[in-house]
Design a protein around this ligand. Structure first.
Ligand code: NAP
Length: 460
């Protein structure tokens, strides 16, 4: 039986790795997710077969309740609410690690078992990383959902306090080993972990929150890995390591895309760069365009690049953009999409929405591949994007987004921007592109205005 279970864990681990590898390419991502899901099912069944703590009906009841809650939220969540949901999931992963760490500690102490180094270190790691992940994710969830302030919360001596807490953790950990069975020290270690999670995430605000979510995702994997050592469960160690490593890789990719260093993220207290408010730059004078004129500009272009952003997700404009694409392609106009790595509110946000509208993957071009094409493009259509095309990232050292790589939309012959008003983007700053001589503003909800443009094109 034990060999069968270990073989099942091996198969599950291989399926996880294949699944993650397939998520590398948008077109294979759905199948990759399915394959990883099958791996998880195998791992769960194998684990259930060896549990002797609960009866089968009790386990099944937990599985049914957990799956029902998961299914409900997965179906109910709006696409724009996914980052919040990911934050909650990470947080519960961390909480589970804390629960396992504490219960294993008390179980061993109850049987007066000595705490060996590997198990002891794994329990302490579960409590620290799991605790940080839990409270950090709850703060991130609160910030993203607007339940707590999104602005950085800072105070004097914040980093020093974090350092003191880290030292306290080390001292308390030694005391846990030297005083086995002493409840105070193990609870104190847990409280330190929980406090550190809050204190490292509250100073982070604004546009850096996605990096934090990704980092916490990695932490939840590391906590699960430590839990795997406690429970002597190989598949948990492998799955935790995979989540931990892929989370760190994604964090690094996002840091690069948002021009933040990983050290800066790890130390917390970022997202406080000086802001360049509207009063800091010259007054922006804009030019408006109507739907008829916009339709004519599309009709006469030979190449179009669409830059989708968060506003496209809000307006759910992806389907009508496909119709616009069909109208353009009927006229032999080259039509592509430029995808910025942090467009929208989660990694891959734009890819998912455009795929939902049956826009083929090969039309979605990553920033590095498409940025040189803008200068030779007739018309760039910015749909609900703002920060990711803000030239201030190149030109204004005072701007909070200075240094962030952006899409070179401003280099095209003509730029049309579809948005409702002169409202700002996530970073909360003005966009000088809107005042450029080659830029025209098409005001209104993206879905409604693009529908009108498409109808106009049908008449031409
Ligand atoms: P953005 O800078 O947030 O701008 C979105 C724009 O959409 C707004 O200026 C808004 O202007 C417009 N908009 C809203 N509703 C609309 C509607 N119904 N129709 C048309 N336009 C609408 O978006 P972005 O350029 O995609 O940049 C993403 C930002 O989010 C970056 O700063 C990034 O760092 C941050 N972020 C990214 C992630 C991620 O992982 N992708 C996660 C969290 C945060 P109006 O109000 O005038 O309409």
């Amino acid at each position: 039986m034990s060999i069968l279970i270990q073989i099942s864990y091996l198969v599950a681990s291989v399926l996880f790795i294949i699944g993650i590898k397939m998520m590398n390419k948008t077109k294979d991502a759905r199948n990759g997710n399915f394959i990883s899901g099958v791996g998880m099912l195998i791992a769960i069944v194998a684990t259930i077969l060896q549990i002797d703590l609960l009866t089968l009906p009790e386990i099944l009841a937990c599985v049914v309740i957990g799956s029902a809650i998961g299914l409900y939220y997965a179906r109910a969540v709006e696409m724009t609410g996914i980052p919040e949901m990911v934050a909650l999931f990470n947080g519960f992963g961390g909480l589970a690690s804390v629960a396992v760490g504490l219960s294993d500690y008390f179980f061993r102490m109850g049987k007066a078992e000595p705490l060996d180094v590997i198990i002891g270190v794994s329990i302490l790691a579960s409590l620290l990383i799991g605790g940080v992940t839990f409270t950090g994710s709850m703060v991130a969830y609160g910030k993203l959902s607007g339940k707590v302030t999104g602005s950085p919360v800072t105070f004097k001596g914040q980093h020093l306090l974090n350092l003191v807490l880290l030292i306290a953790f080390i001292v308390l950990s030694v005391l846990v080993f030297t005083n086995p069975g002493n409840t105070f020290f193990i609870i104190a270690v847990t409280v330190v972990g929980l406090l550190l999670g809050i204190l490292t995430v509250i100073p982070i605000g604004g546009a850096d929150m996605p990096v934090v979510i990704s980092l916490l995702n990695s932490y939840s994997g590391m906590a699960a890995c430590a839990t795997g050592f406690i429970l002597n469960n190989n598949v948990l160690i492998v799955a935790g390591s995979l989540v931990g490593a892929s989370g760190i890789i994604l964090t690094q990719i996002m840091c690069k895309a948002m021009n933040r260093s990983l050290t800066n993220v790890l130390l917390g207290g970022f997202g406080q760069a000086p802001s360049a408010g509207p009063q800091d730059g010259p007054q922006i004078v804009i030019k408006e365009v109507g739907v008829e004129e916009a339709a004519m500009l599309f009709d006469s272009a030979s190449s179009v690049i669409v830059v989708p952003g968060y506003g496209m997700a809000v307006a759910q404009a992806q389907h009508v953009i496909r119709e616009l694409m069909e109208q353009c392609e009927k006229r032999n106009i080259s039509f592509k999409f430029a995808i910025h790595p942090v467009a929208g509110r989660m990694p891959g946000h734009m890819n998912v929405l455009l795929a939902e509208a049956n826009i083929s993957y090969d039309k979605l071009i990553e920033m590095e591949q498409i940025n040189d094409e803008f200068a030779n493009t007739d018309l760039v259509f910015v749909v609900g994007a703002n920060d990711v095309v803000n030239p201030a990232a190149r030109t204004n050292p005072q701007s909070p987004i200075f240094g962030m790589p952006i899409l070179n939309a401003d280099k095209a012959k003509t730029v049309i921007v579809s948005k409702r008003s002169m409202g700002k983007g996530y970073a909360g700053i003005e966009n000088e592109l809107f005042g450029y001589p080659n830029c025209l503003m098409l005001f209104g909800d993206a879905k409604q205005t693009i529908t009108k443009v498409v109808n106009e094109m049908k008449e031409l």
